[in-house]
Design a binder for this molecule. Sequence first.
Ligand SMILES: [Zn+2]
Length: 137
Amino acid sequence: MGKFWDKIIKHSAECAVAALSVLLVYVAGQLAPIALPLVDALSNRVLLALMLASLLINVLLALLIYYVTRKSPLRLKYGIYWDTEKNPHCPSCQKPVATYDEYDAGWGYYCKPCGKVFPLADAAGNNKKPAEVVREL
Ligand SMILES: [Zn+2]
């Protein structure tokens, strides 16, 4: 699609949002005389209960959004990131790496997107086997 059509679609979307806002304000204005006496008729006890229920729903929704959007935390161990299921991830781009093998640069995990081999070694530079590391996680 060309730039022209992108602009037309964007403009149409803006007009639709504006029209919808006007409609919502109109509907709210029509409903207010009906809704306000109902609110006056409610006791403070009921209003407090409604407020607490609303607060609870908001907190639950916030928690839900937090858990759904949360990224699984990666842990750095022996130069490689590990997720909670003990899968290795690239220390550079954090994408999963699968094969531990011997390359020209030595033993390590090869990350295809980075095109690099990352060794699995401790601070002294001693190579570690994936099975050893997984046991220690
Ligand atoms: Zn990578």
